[in-house]
Structure formats: structure tokens, C-alpha cells
Design a protein around this ligand. Sequence first.
Ligand code: ARG
Length: 400
Amino acid sequence: MSDRVVLAFSGGLDTSVAIGWIKEQTGAEVIAMAVDVGQGGEDMDVIRERALACGAVESEVADAREEFANEYCLPALKADALYMDRYPVVSALSRPVIVKHLVAAAHKHNANIVAHGCTGKGNDQVRFEVGIRNLAPNLRCIAPVRDLALTRDKAIDFAEREGLPIDVTSKSPYSIDQNVWGRAVETGFLEDIWNGPTEEIYSYTKNPAEPRDADEVIITFDKGQPVKIDGQDVSMLQAIEIMNQRAGAQGVGRLDLVEDRLVGIKSREVYESPGPVALITAHMELVNVTVERELRRFSRGVSQRWTELTYDGLWFSPLHKALSGFLDDVNASVSGDIRMTLHGGKAVVTGRRSDASLYDYGLATYDSGDTFDQSLAQGFIELWGLPSRLAYARDNRIHG
Ligand code: ARG
């Protein structure tokens, strides 16, 4: 039986050419699978038709937007997931949901191979292949760019020679990956890390430096999930989309950073994630109000580990699953309202209100109505400092 390949299809030049290229190089039949994770842009039906026109024997589109929002973006929000304290793991988050759809398509179409358009230098090849082989150990993986020498020049030649229905001149000088959680832009002149990003590379956000009126929003959370915006019920997907619009209009969520890839390279990436940055800012503050001190402190470390596992392609690992359960627990009390101002590229919290609040006015106030017994502080300080006082005195005695 000849090989059958399910290809993760984006509709762009590389994966369009990959259909015919795989066939030519290996003799395999190619089934195209496009997954909608809220990347916007072209109509998914146009993308499906293009795969057939490029020689796919079957072409499928899966609308995974709700699934992506509920099962991937929501856990990332509960974790306040920011890799290297800044990057909301946009691309890393979409790979496991795409993997699930690729594996399902492979089973449905009796394929024995899954292919993707990644290069051999990035994180995404790892995320795809570790995920696929976790879920379906019998499937093989190939990456035409990495394994079948499909360079950019060859891709353009091939598309022209075969008359593929794709405009090779429209290929962006950047490598872009986007979904509802954000947008990543790399390569081209950004590879010189002294070059500042130019305005035209952004599409989810307006220039934060332009003058405009501020926007004020109230986000209501229930157990870590945003459930209302300005009092209107929203699904997780709607919450992200609405906040992408409103925070994006104020230039919130632009990032420019050199990051540590899993494969050991440092790379420069420009991101825009307006909704997620605003939502995470709001969520973090509600955590401050509603989560007990020791649990909050400890959970920061858990979040960081969760984020690194996500970034490193280990979404389907047992540790990731266990830490997700822990973070669900942490979020059990994270309910209430956050008011924030969106303006000039910043999302700034200005108010919080929660039935689950641990903020006690009586304990906190410096005005009348103080219920805190200040006389207890002296003894506490005495005992709290005791171990380090003893050690300091000992060191002075011995070393002078
Ligand atoms: N560096 C990011 C990550 O590994 C984004 C990669 C997305 N690809 C791109 N073409 N910019 O998660």
C-alpha cells in the first residue's frame, strides 16, 4: 500500500507547494488538513479549494476556535502564562489543538504519515512531532522543508512551473504565525536585533503613540474565566475577540523580545497579543485579591513550569496535566470584577470587587475602624527574625 500523508495546511506558499512536492519526492498521496484557530485572513473554504487545486486527494477544514479558546487559551489565562515573563505562548498554545485534528484526520483517512511546514530550527517542529507521537505512536512525521529540501527558491520555482493557484509575489518577507491568542512575526530585517520593528508589521494593534481617548472596561471572572465584559455575557472565545479589539485599538500587547528556543538558539520575535495581555493583567490582579498568600506565591512557580512545558512542546505530558489540575484549584476562588483602563499601549487595573476577596478593609485601614491589633507585631518580629539573627551573630563571632 502506498503511503498516505496528512499535511497540516495553512494555505500559504510553503504548504501549498508541499502537497505536490511530497507526491513528487515520495510518491505518497496527500490529504490537506487546515485548522481554524482564529487566525483570520482568508476564508477557510478558499483554503480548502486551494489544497485540492494543488493536488491534494482530500481536503478538510476544522473549525477549532471554540475548542482552542476553552481548552487551551483558558488554561493559559488561569496560569497567567508568559514565557520569559512576557510572551503569552501564542504559537505554542495552538500546536496541541492542531495536533489533535491532524491525528483524527490521519485515522479517518487511513494515513500513516503526518507532515507539517516547519523548518528544522524552530520550536514548532518539536511541538508537532512530540504531540503527534504522544497521541498516535504509530504515525510517522515528515517536514518537507527540513527533510525533503523544500527551500524557498525551490518552492517559488515549483509553484510557477506547476501553475499553482498561489501568488508567489505576495509572500511576506516575514515568517508570521497567528491565532486568536496573538500574532508572532520573525525573520527578515528583524534578524538584526538592533533594528526596531516598523509600524507596518503590526496588524492586531494600533500604534500606541497615536493620540486617542482612553477606554475603560469591566471584566467579570468566574473561577478564573472571563464570563462578562461590561456586564454582557461572553464565551471564552468572545472574551478574547472583544478584548483583542478593544485593547488592540489602544495599542496594548506589543512585545519585542529575544527568546530562548527549545533547540538552543536565541531568536528575536515581535508579538502582538492585545486581548491576552489585557486579560492576563486583569486576571493576575484578581488573583492578588482572592488567593491566599502562600498559595499565590507557590503557584507563580507552578505557572512558570506550566508555561515552559507548554513552550517546550510537552502539552500532553503527565506533569503538564497535573500542574493544570493544580492551577484549576488555585482558580477556584478567582471570581469577581476588575475595572481597567486601556490607553497608550497599557492595560492598567483601576478597581477590583469580589465576594471571594481576602482584602479586609478593617485590617488594612489606617483610618478609624482599624481591627488589627498592632501590639501583636512586636512579638512576631522578635520570633520572625530569630534564626537569621542567631546566624548573623555566629558569623560575626567566627569571621569577625
Ligand atoms: N517563537 C515563537 C514560539 O516558538 C513563535 C514561533 C512562531 N512562528 C513564526 N513564524 N513566527 O512559540
